[in-house]
Design a protein around this ligand. Sequence first.
Ligand SMILES: Nc1nc2c(c(=O)[nH]1)N[C@H]1C(S)=C(S)[C@@H](COP(=O)(O)O)O[C@H]1N2
Ligand SMILES: [Mo]
Length: 245
Amino acid sequence: MVGTHGRVDAEAIGTPIGRRVVLGMLGLGVAGILGGARVQDALNTVLSPLEAADPTGLSQLIPAAGGFRIYSVTGSLPSSSPADYRLTVGGMVDRPLTLTLADLKSMAPTTLVKDFQCVTGWRVPMVHWTGVKLSTVLDEAGVQPGGAALRFESFDGTYTESLTIDQGRRPDVLVAYEMLGAPVTRQHGGPVRMYVAPMYGYKSCKWLSKISVVSKVEAGYWERFGYDIDGWVGRSNGRSDKATT
Ligand SMILES: Nc1nc2c(c(=O)[nH]1)N[C@H]1C(S)=C(S)[C@@H](COP(=O)(O)O)O[C@H]1N2
Ligand SMILES: [Mo]
């Protein structure tokens, strides 16, 4: 565990308070996983201009394969074993669901090979993803009239995301249990995460625990800091306020 204190966010980094938050996180948590000798390196990494332009996570503090960076706004990596994992589907549905990982795997699988693009600029080309189409899960639950949007929750206790129902029914939106040809790792949001292929990475909620059908879109975690709710790659610069940072 990195620790449960502190949070790295766009508002905090680059301000004196933000640096204190980051320093606090390093002192209390990252020192624990990296060991003292590397704390200064981690510190330099966090306070570099590159890091300031990439505020959404734990970049380079946790090693990641294949060009990915590991992001967690809580500063920790929550854990759920495959056996204990549950995905609940509720809100405006005819049949509320509690799905195990085995339940998800018993539903028709879809594999996509597509890029993963973070709004801060990094991109991993041609990633293999396997899971269940979100539309399949929605059909299983039965969306009630007036159910116009979706709210996603993470078992990190903090992160949320949103889509319209129409966006959520696209065939390239997956409830994913495999990534990079293997079960989704804890670092990448396993056992189950969202993969919203046409949108920036922040739309793909990691450590997925709950999907609710709701009447209208509610801004997700990063959207409350100014990122676009409709985060289409290439059609959005990611920032609804047109900030240049
Ligand atoms: N629960 C949760 N989901 C999240 C995030 C997060 O911090 N917490 N970060 C988002 C962002 S900004 C990106 S780019 C991707 C990063 O996925 P990765 O950590 O597997 O590289 O996860 C998205 N989903
Ligand atoms: Mo991101």
